[in-house]
Design a protein around this ligand. Structure first.
Ligand SMILES: *Cc1c(COP(=O)(O)O)cnc(C)c1O
Length: 461
């Protein structure tokens, strides 16, 4: 018999060292490459069949990864990757991600994951403190903003259904704006509720929300149970009128969810904290540590003003689960507050990095992203070939290359990417009824330099 694949032999020891070396090289590299995708057929031709009855061997597989497959990705932490919402996990967090995997913790129930969940909860306490939510508010880490939004919408809907029998048979409605993230609309589909959109990509104002509510039929008004405001739109970094929206939700008895998946990191930045006023009145909040809290993928979070309502919506029942709910196992069970049962303790890397560096360093790193957006805004105003579409907001900058058609933006993006220089992608900005193609920066990585921005803008001349 061959030795079990779980047994330690000399090959495995060597492999461990190789893998550790790769991880250390990757995170301590001072020069990074932008990376390029390849077509599936090209990758297949390069690596051949990798899954076989006898295995191709660790060294062989790892070499295929290093030589070919690792290069066919576009790492999000390159300082000139300013596309979508990039990321820049701290070295401490990445190292602890390895520790998290190696520790094999089932993070659903305290009974099995007490130590890991304790750490997650320490990090969560800090996140909750940033929101200003009242005593008793708490949250859990999720796989991302999508899962956090889904968990919050399910909680809101279940609470609404519990209010009276009529609600149990109605299809619910939520209101958000067209600036809201695609995942809000996608998750509404999963939950099977209708979404009404306030027609603005700019700040959703209380008056516009009020108008939308007043425009509902009596039946629609009965079906309406929640409003989703955005704390930093993904496209432009815009924060809705959270104070005004909170007041309407309070008056109309609606659940108030704030999606701050991207912007939530900026709650720690003194320079912009005032823009989030009103978030402390939310019933639930989404924040993605894997965006602007420098955690590795994947790590989102959902926070509730009243976690008991989430527990009512999400707690799973099953005879095989009873033991976890036993007196002897008492503690905080993350599975009770979001959609997932078995889960990685994905808040652990954030905890370690926060514990190591302290929260001041987080503040500085987020402020740097905001400052880079301001710097980029000034440069754009000074250069004759580009102009701002709107003032930078949080760390997002929308700008135009004067005279360019949509295909010019696309060609420029591909050209820069092909050269391995930068990844800056176009987006659209809606004014009135027209969508304009524009260019967009989103700054997360504090290692992005002013020179990087200058070079990117100059490549548009
Ligand atoms: C990114 C983002 C999401 C989705 O989060 P994932 O982590 O990608 O699932 C939701 N809302 C907003 C505002 C976002 O920026």
């Amino acid at each position: 018999m061959e030795p079990s694949m779980h047994k330690i032999d000399i090959d495995l020891v060597e492999m461990t060292l190789d893998v550790m070396k790769y991880a250390i090289d990757r995170i301590s590299a001072t020069e990074r490459t932008i990376g390029q995708p390849k077509k599936e057929a090209e990758l297949r031709a390069l690596v051949g069949e990798t899954i076989t009855a006898k295995g191709i061997g660790g060294e062989n597989a790892f070499n295929l990864w290093k030589q070919h497959l690792s290069k066919a990705n576009v790492p999000v932490d390159h300082p000139r990757n300013l596309a979508f919402v990039p990321a820049s996990p701290t070295r401490a967090a990445i190292m602890f991600d390895l520790v998290t995997s190696a520790s094999s913790i089932h993070g659903a129930y305290w009974m099995e994951g007490a130590g890991g969940i304790f750490c997650e909860n320490e990090a969560m306490k800090w996140m909750v403190s940033l929101t200003g939510l009242p005593e008793g508010a708490f949250g859990v880490f999720t796989s991302g903003g999508t899962a956090a939004n889904l968990s919050a919408i399910v909680t809101a809907r279940e609470y609404w259904r519990s209010l009276n029998d009529q609600n149990k048979v109605e299809k619910g409605i939520i209101i958000t704006s067209i600036g809201a993230h695609s995942s809000v609309k996608a998750m509404a589909k999963v939950v099977d509720v209708d979404v009404l959109l306030v027609d603005t990509e700019d700040r959703m104002e209380a008056s516009a929300l009020q108008q939308t509510i007043e425009g509902l039929t009596d039946h629609q008004r009965k079906r309406l149970f929640a409003v989703v405001g955005t704390g930093g739109t993904t496209n432009a970094g815009i924060i809705d009128d959270l104070v005004g929206i909170a007041a309407i939700c309070d008056k109309e008895k609606l659940w108030f969810h704030v999606d701050a998946a991207y912007g939530g990191g900026a709650l720690i930045a003194d320079s912009v904290r005032h823009l989030f006023h009103g978030i402390e009145q939310a019933d639930s909040i989404t924040i993605d540590p894997h965006k602007w809290m420098f955690s590795p993928y994947d790590c989102g979070a959902v926070i509730y003003k009243n976690p008991e309502l989430a527990k009512k919506a999400h707690s799973q029942e099953g005879s095989y689960l009873d033991i976890f709910k036993d007196e002897g196992a008492h503690g905080f069970n993350p599975t009770d507050y979001q959609i997932q049962l078995t889960r990685r303790v994905r808040g652990l890397p954030l905890w370690f990095s926060l514990a190591m560096h302290g929260t001041d360093r987080y503040k500085e790193a987020v402020e740097r992203g905001i400052e880079l957006a301001q710097i980029a805004g000034k440069m754009i105003q000074e250069k004759p070939h580009v102009e701002l579409v709107r003032e930078p907001s949080l760390s997002c900058v929308l700008y135009r290359r004067i005279g360019w058609e949509p295909e010019d933006y696309t060609n420029w993006t591909y050209e820069n990417h092909r050269k391995g220089f930068a990844l800056v992608t176009p987006t659209k900005w809606k004014t009135g009824n027209t969508f304009q193609t524009v260019s967009r920066f989103c700054f997360i990585n504090p290692d992005t330099t002013e020179k990087d921005i200058e070079m990117i803008l100059d490549s548009m001349v």
